[in-house]
Design a protein around this ligand. Structure first.
Ligand SMILES: [Mg+2]
Length: 409
């Protein structure tokens, strides 16, 4: 069966998750890959600069390919092809006046928009192939180890970060809602103490407020609840070491991305000076994970199915981690569709430990696709034997959240 079309549809709506309770909006790009006989699969991309241009490129370049060529399609987008090219390769001007470059990735790198776009197409192709073969996506990844994938909630921060009771309430509410892990952002924990917006230092007064607020969280959530924190790649090495030292009594599951992402050496140095696990990689592709593992710069991996190249690239990352005795959590900045896709990878990866969800406060992001099962049950994404991802568009919710100029598939 051949790919007959690759389409996209932008959704837009509130993003009620965030820092200091401020109002925010979010776009989602939904992908539809059509095969023959009216069959199609669905995927999701984040709405980053250049993604839609790369999807348009993939439509011009890959229509006509076998739907079963998932690894070849993703490989050509991420890593390019040098001569001799595959027989199906296109060159020169394609429909839409798009030029097929000799090295296929339209950005000529395996990073950025090309990989973000390829991730969404991989998810849609996997859904399509599963539907055509009548088998769930996890079976296309080697079969499942578990019937449900554990979820952890990113809670960001309460509206008033100076109110310790608000931190306690947020922690208690999460612990009582069936989930077993939550995450807070170090860079948003004490914004009331920031003196300089540029140097990204963690002053002693910031550290003291961070410890005070996370201690309230720990006390409210209880000793058995897993808590982790995210640094968003913001800090220098000595401040990160000092932060990890003051956080150690809280028995955190991990501290995430302490320093800027490109240097495994910085993380390796921090790692030597702490007993808390260092988790990395929400924007990484497989090659960057290899670099961090080989440099002994991480304890836990954290790929995102929307940013690492998709479900099959994530399986590759999970396997390399497992061979190095490293667990894999999954970063999640997606809505329901991306979350279910990631849950299939989690089910099919032996070393999977948990999958992040950001948008528990934003119902429409859990509802733009529907399935027979609820999105979450007892703190997990449950999976059944429905073909592909087991989802369909919720046309009512999608219609309500169509971005300007968009129409339903
Ligand atoms: Mg993060």
């Amino acid at each position: 069966m051949k790919i007959t079309d690759i389409r996209m549809m932008r959704l837009y709506g509130p993003r009620d998750h965030g820092v200091g309770g401020g109002e925010a909006k979010i776009y989602k790009v939904i992908i539809r890959v059509d095969g023959e006989d009216g069959q199609y699969g669905l995927g999701e991309c984040d709405h980053f600069a250049g993604v839609r241009e790369c999807i348009a490129y993939m439509r011009a370049y890959f229509v006509g390919r076998s739907i079963f060529s998932i690894n070849a399609v993703i490989s050509e987008m991420l890593y390019g092809t040098a001569a001799p090219h595959p027989a199906e390769a296109k060159s020169g001007i394609m429909p839409g006046n798009i030029n097929a470059v000799q090295f296929c990735s339209p950005t000529a790198t395996p990073w950025g928009p090309a990989v973000w776009a390829a991730s969404g197409v991989d998810i849609a192709l996997t859904d399509l192939v599963g539907k055509v073969l009548g088998t769930p996506a996890y079976n296309l990844l080697g079969g499942k180890f578990r019937d449900q994938s554990r979820v952890y909630l990113d809670r960001s921060s309460p509206d008033d970060i100076t109110d310790l009771n608000a931190w306690r309430d947020m922690a208690k509410e999460t612990a009582e809602s069936g989930f077993s892990q939550m995450k807070f952002d170090i860079d948003f924990l004490a914004t009331d103490q920031v003196d300089d917006a540029w140097n990204r230092s963690l002053s002693l007064k910031m550290l003291n407020r961070i410890v005070e607020r996370l201690t309230a969280v720990r006390e409210a959530a209880g000793p058995d609840f897993e808590i982790c924190v995210d640094c968003h790649m913001q800090y220098n090495v000595p401040d990160s070491v000092r932060l990890l030292k003051v956080l150690e009594p809280l028995n955190l599951l991990w501290v995430e991305d302490p320093t800027p992402i490109t240097s495994p050496d910085s993380c390796a140095e921090i790692r030597k000076k702490t007993t808390t696990a260092i988790c990395v990689g929400e924007m990484f592709i497989a090659e960057q994970f290899r670099l961090f593992i080989d440099h002994k710069a991480c304890d836990i991996l954290h790929p995102d199915v929307l940013f690492c190249g998709g479900m099959h690239e994530m399986r590759k990352i999970a396997d390399y981690a497992e061979l190095n005795h490293i667990p894999m959590a999954i970063h999640g900045n997606g809505g329901a569709l991306a979350t279910i896709a990631a849950a299939h990878v989690g089910a099919a990866s032996r070393n999977f430990t948990g999958l992040e969800y950001h948008f528990i406060e934003t119902p429409w992001l859990a509802e733009y696709v529907k399935r027979d099962l609820p999105l979450f049950r007892d703190g997990h994404v449950p999976l059944d034997d429905a073909p592909g991802l087991g989802i369909e568009l919720n046309e009512e919710v999608c219609s309500k959240h169509l971005a300007d100029g968009e129409s339903l598939f």
